[in-house]
Write a protein that binds this ligand. Structure first.
Ligand code: ZN
Length: 498
């Protein structure tokens, strides 16, 4: 994710509602349960109720029927195939913004109710550990935001898009909503004639029937729930070819296709540039989804990154900057999407690297020196750490701010850690590390500890102390090779938008 510059002041911020409010948004069949049901989590330090223990999802099949406007709920069927890792009397899913009509486990009706932001399912018979479990949930998916809760469906001028990062996929569909449980996805979207639906992955069929069309898309690689994308709108899909015949497809509002073309045609070159730095593009396709909506951010949804239309159409952003933001989201396909931070405290691995390649591209293609940007970041770094925590131990999201966890400490503050690392181990070792990282953890999740380990392995040095100070220190350590760099002691009135 990256915030659209200058949009922070105009983005309305709303207070997050109490969990009780969200719970009331889920209409449930109340059963006479013998024991209290409770929301569960996988122990994420920042989002204690995200994810659920006892199973590992292999695949999601999400079927949405769009009613033709974006203010009514979609009808949906979510089918989850999961492998159980514990005996389960109950199965918790994350789901908090739709009406659940029925739940089946293994084809048999199951009881269900809500607890916090969890949908708690009680199968007729408990499910033993070490077996496949199929859960089918018939539900609605409400595109109108719950009061005080952001993320999930984004209502555009002509339909819908999705922005689930960090904790909002379960406002759209029932799931194990934590990046540690990546899975394959099939999307089936039915919409009335005149609309076009596109989702992450490759097209796997189009079926027309009585005034509506069903589009099917399938991912070829596992994906975190926060990275799912579905676009429904009066859209045009533009096709082009990237390196090694990579299919590139962009989804744009039809009326903007000509104005956007000079930007969209840059994608293949940007992918080739990224490949020259870190190796082959990790997925089956790429492209931009340009949404006519005021999101206030861009988002690296897997294989189809979400962009705010105004980034391209408003003349306030210099072209080199717009291009570097495009590269930021493209870089996330390697860093964040293929190699996914296992917990939200590892977010710096994703945003730090995306910011790194954004800055490197600006340096190489537009003559904006990395060193100057990093010196400025060094000046602000202590302040960023004070506000948001050190890069690998960020403070919990501030409920009053839409941007939550996405503070400068994990963007330029984390790119600064990579700069320090390159200074410390030298450019050749650093570049080997970057290439090795995306190969070793491809299609998987990885932690900060994994990065420290690989960096030590590649450089042939014990870097534990170095990373401890840079990633977890309250203060920014001295910059190797730049003893003259000093943290600014007094706060400037405003940090640059990150
Ligand atoms: Zn980002």
């Amino acid at each position: 994710m990256i915030l659209t510059p200058h949009s922070q002041a105009t983005t309305p911020t709303r207070r997050r509602a109490a969990a009780a409010l969200l719970a009331s948004a889920v209409s449930v069949c109340l059963v006479a349960a013998s024991a209290p049901v409770a929301p569960l989590g996988v122990g994420d330090r920042l989002f204690p109720y995200l994810g659920n223990p006892g199973y590992d999802v292999a695949s999601y099949d999400l079927a949405f029927t769009y009613p033709g406007n974006n203010s009514e709920p979609l009808q949906a069927v979510t089918t989850i195939d999961a492998w159980t890792t514990a005996d389960l009397d109950r199965v918790n899913l994350d789901f908090a913004h739709g009406k659940v009509k029925s739940v089946e486990v293994g084809g048999d009706p199951a009881e269900f109710r809500s607890a916090g932001e969890d949908l708690v399912i009680t199968p007729e018979d408990s499910v033993p550990a070490g077996t496949w479990m199929r859960i089918t949930v018939r539900h609605t998916s409400d595109p109108v935001p719950a009061e005080g809760r952001e993320g999930g469906w984004v209502r555009t001028a002509d339909g819908l898009a999705m922005a689930n990062q960090a904790d909002a996929a379960h406002l759209v569909f029932p799931c194990n909503d934590h990046p540690s449980d990546k899975a394959m996805f099939t999307f089936r979207v039915t919409a009335p004639d005149g609309h076009t639906a596109v989702a992450g992955g490759l097209a796997a069929g189009v079926e027309k029937s009585g005034g509506s069309t069903t589009w099917t898309y399938r991912t070829q690689h596992p994906m975190a729930t926060e990275l799912a994308q579905v676009s429904i709108g009066r859209s045009t899909v533009l096709h082009r070819t990237g390196p090694h015949s990579l299919p590139v497809r962009d989804v744009v509002p039809t009326r903007d296709r000509r104005a956007l073309e000079p930007w969209l045609e840059k994608t293949p070159g940007q992918i080739a540039w990224m490949e020259s730095k870190v190796g082959r593009y990790p997925f089956e396709t790429y492209g931009l989804l340009v949404a006519d909506a005021s999101t206030g951010f861009e988002l690296e949804t897997q294989t189809l990154s979400l962009f705010e239309r105004k980034l391209f159409t408003e003349p306030v952003y210099p072209p080199w900057y717009v291009e570097s933001i495009m590269v930021h989201e493209a870089a996330h396909q390697w860093f964040g999407n293929s190699v996914t931070p296992r917990t939200w405290s590892d977010l710096w691995l994703s945003e730090g690297h995306a910011t790194w390649y954004e800055a490197l591209y600006a340096e190489e293609q537009a003559g904006k020196p990395m060193r100057a940007r990093m010196k400025a970041a060094y000046g602000a770094s202590d302040r960023w750490r004070a506000a948001g925590g050190p890069p690998a131990a960020p403070k919990a999201p501030d409920p009053a701010r839409k941007t939550g966890l996405f503070r400068p400490n994990v963007y330029d503050g984390a790119a600064l850690v990579l700069y320090a690392l390159r200074q410390e181990i030298g450019r050749p070792a650093f570049e080997r590390l970057e290439r090795a990282w995306v190969v070793r953890h491809r299609d998987d999740t990885a932690t900060t500890e994994d990065f420290v380990k690989l960096a030590s392995e590649i450089s042939g040095r014990d870097l534990d102390g170095f990373f401890q100070d840079w990633l977890y220190g309250e203060k920014t350590p001295p910059m190797p090779g730049h003893p003259d760099w000093k943290p600014e002691t007094s706060a400037k009135p405003q940090d640059p938008a990150q």
